[in-house]
Design a protein around this ligand. Structure first.
Ligand SMILES: [Zn+2]
Length: 706
């Protein structure tokens, strides 16, 4: 799965980065990224809550027109962003995605406050979302119960008397999202997209990525020191003495470092062949002699199966050694730590919640203050009951007209892809034919699912925040595992309706635009055509291009991993893509260079997406009889509006800590380069703003794949 901000391919278990940011740093980073708003940007000193408003499609206030658009177009379009939308104290950044996400949270807040008013007239879904939210907000009850609800889980760890009992325990933990050592779940078979198979993948790290354990340098060493202290602090809060906690934390760090060493790096994970190793169950068993999988599978309650995708075989060989080498006491400490680190801060007693935030939020992401509780509880209700809350959200906020109009835009973009493929001078007719076939098989999913998820088996109790969280996680784990051996449900969504983001899935060959992102400034049915095509049109083109980037091109129209390219065309593709790798590798944030290989797919999608949005705009404008070069009421021509809308998608300001974190782990380039990196490659942009050869916004050698 590819989306706009953090996140990557849909995997059997969440990546450690995603889980980490979601759980430790709070939901804000992972879930938001597209947003727009005319925010009332400052918290006043009395502490009254900040409110967020929708930002217009073209916000001229954001522009710094003193800057020459041919020198730095991003600065020209977004130069006043940081002044007008400074980073709030409870956030690691501020950008259009963030603003729209915050706006949506306000809307969801209203829905949940109402749903939380207990009463017998509530329907089943309203009871669930209302009580889930109310329990999360009930700080007094959470504080009073303390860790009592966790005691059965801690008892399980204490009762572990040999490594031979580890499989049953890890299986139970998998179901409540404790990915100690590994992740287990279901996935679409890469080579037969009609079926769901079992899958295991590497896991078990508490830091965002393997490099965090291994890189040298003062900053990384400092983070590791803080991390070990954080583990010790959490163990103390679980009851360990100072000395005991300190020595256990050291041992845990050693164990996680050993796991990091045998983990596959994130750049290598981009090649689907590197994470696809379908084998009989006995194949996995032979990789891990000390770990009996026959004791693991039944405890998860998964349907039985005879073959499994072992995403990273070398990891499992290494994990076997790590378990063999570690003493039982260290494994038990590690499990206690992984258990407590997997829980959202909102369900933990105050001291633990604060300690989690201090490391994941304050130290790692540079966020001064924890978000107010209501925002976090809105986020966790969306995470647990996203389609129940989403249904209420859509009924209130998403008119049928938005769905119709955005579908029409997607059809325009898809027609542009057809023409674009035909026009390529480097691709043979055979490969073009296959590319067209793939394009015509893309499913367009807009707004919300056709069929809403059934939560009737999930029990939600008022006054039991931790229990609700565990039950919701278990419910979702079972839902995922129950897919094994069943036909694929093509109606399923991987994002909830209020989400401010979008994605493409290789195996589904579908694009998904949740209702949450189909709002101003990204999309406004009343805005000029050029602005809509620059804003949301780019996103649509971006997601479709993912089907044809270095990763997506390896899957066919039915979602199967199969090579449909002639050798010659594949070589030419690689050569074209190398231009993009090289271009973005020149960019850096602070002292960190952008990883051109890691960001290749996203950069290809940004470049292809913008070209498609531009082509689709021209066709639509011709139909509307627009005079392309004539200045409109806002002072810009329709052509210029396309580029301004596009650039304002990326208006942003980030804390340096987050910039650093993301520069090494995010497959997306930083916002400034997402804007300028694309435009320098487009002669159409240079013409629209009269930029000349030799100026910074005109590449000496333009890159173009699609
Ligand atoms: Zn993307």
């Amino acid at each position: 799965m590819y989306d706009f901000l953090l996140g990557g391919r849909m995997r059997p278990s969440q990546s450690s980065v995603f889980t980490f940011l979601l759980i430790i740093a709070g939901t804000v980073i992972a879930s938001s990224s597209l947003g727009f708003t005319q925010a009332t940007a400052s918290n006043d000193s009395s502490g009254s809550p900040q409110t967020f408003k929708l930002i217009p499609s073209l916000d001229k206030e954001l522009m710094d027109t003193a800057v020459d658009p041919c020198v730095d177009f991003y600065q020209y379009a977004c130069g006043n962003w940081s002044k007008l939308h400074p980073i709030p104290n409870d956030s690691p950044y501020s950008d259009q995605f963030y603003n729209l996400d915050q706006y949506n949270r306000q809307v969801l807040h209203g829905i949940l406050d109402k749903a939380a008013m207990a009463g017998s007239e509530r329907d089943a879904n309203t009871q669930k979302i209302g009580d889930y939210y109310a329990a999360c907000m009930d700080e007094a009850a959470i504080q009073q119960k303390g860790m009592a609800a966790l005691k059965p889980e801690l008892d399980r760890i204490n009762a572990l008397s040999s490594k031979g009992q580890l499989p049953e325990l890890l299986a139970h933990f998998q179901m409540i999202n404790v990915n100690a050592f590994l992740g287990f779940g279901s996935q679409q078979d890469f080579k037969d997209a009609t079926r769901e198979i079992a899958a295991v993948s590497q896991g078990g790290l508490g830091l965002p990525e393997k490099d965090y354990y291994l890189r040298t340098g003062a900053k990384d060493e400092e983070i590791r020191k803080q991390y070990v202290q954080h583990i010790a602090n959490m163990l103390k809060l679980l009851g360990a003495s100072e000395a005991q906690a300190a020595s256990e934390a050291q041992a845990i760090m050693k164990l996680e470092t050993a796991l990091a060493k045998v983990s596959l790096d994130i750049t290598s994970q981009r090649d689907p062949h590197n994470i696809y190793h379908l084998m009989p169950n006995s194949g996995l068993q032979s990789l891990t002699p000390v770990f009996n999988w026959e004791h693991f599978y039944p405890t998860t309650g998964s349907p039985s199966f005879s073959e499994i995708n072992v995403a990273e075989p070398e990891f499992f060989r290494g994990m076997n050694q790590v378990i063999a080498d570690a003493d039982l006491a260290t494994i038990k400490s590690y499990l206690r730590w992984q258990l407590v680190a997997s829980l959202p801060g909102t369900v933990l007693p105050k001291a633990m919640d604060e300690e989690q935030f201090d490391f994941g939020g304050r130290k790692l992401a540079g966020i001064p203050e924890q978000e107010p509780r209501w925002k976090r509880c809105v986020g966790s209700t969306d995470g647990a009951l996203g389609e129940a809350l989403g249904k209420a959200y859509v009924e209130q906020e998403f008119p049928a007209s938005s769905k119709e109009k955005s579908l029409q835009m997607i059809h325009d973009i898809e027609a542009a892809v057809e023409r674009d493929i035909e026009s390529l001078d480097w691709m043979s007719p055979d490969t073009k034919k296959r590319a067209q076939e793939k394009l015509h098989l893309i499913a367009n999913k807009i707004g919300y699912p056709n069929k809403w998820r059934d939560y009737s088996k999930l029990n939600v109790e008022r006054g039991d925040a931790l229990g609700n969280s565990l039950r919701a996680t278990e419910f979702e784990s079972h839902r995922q595992l129950d897919k094994i051996g069943k036909p694929v449900d093509r109606d399923e969504w991987g994002m909830t309706p209020p989400t401010v983001n979008a994605y493409y899935s290789d195996s589904m060959n579908d694009i998904n635009f949740p209702a949450g992102v189909l709002q101003p400034a990204f999309f406004d049915a009343a805005a000029p055509t050029g602005l809509n095509y620059g804003h949301i049109g780019l996103f649509m083109g971006h997601e479709i291009t993912h089907g044809f980037d270095d990763q997506g091109r390896q899957f066919d129209g039915h979602g199967n991993l199969t090579d449909w390219w002639t050798k010659e065309d594949a070589d030419k593709f690689t050569e074209k893509a190398a231009c993009i790798v090289n271009e973005y590798s020149q960019f850096s944030v602070g002292d960190t260079k952008i990883n051109g290989k890691l960001t290749l797919g996203e950069n290809t999608a940004d470049n292809g997406g913008m070209r498609l949005a531009y082509m689709a705009f021209l066709a639509r404008a011709a139909e509307q009889g627009l005079d392309l070069d004539r200045k409109t009421a806002d002072g810009y021509s329709p052509i210029q509006q396309v580029f301004l809308g596009f650039a304002q998608d990326w208006c942003a300001v980030w804390r340096p800590e987050l910039e650093r974190l993301v520069a090494t782990t995010d497959p997306h380039s930083p916002d400034r380069f997402r804007a300028n990196g694309v435009l320098v490659n487009m002669p159409e942009f240079a013409k629209a703003f009269s930029c000349k050869k030799g100026q910074p916004m005109v590449a000496a050698k333009a890159c173009r794949v699609w």
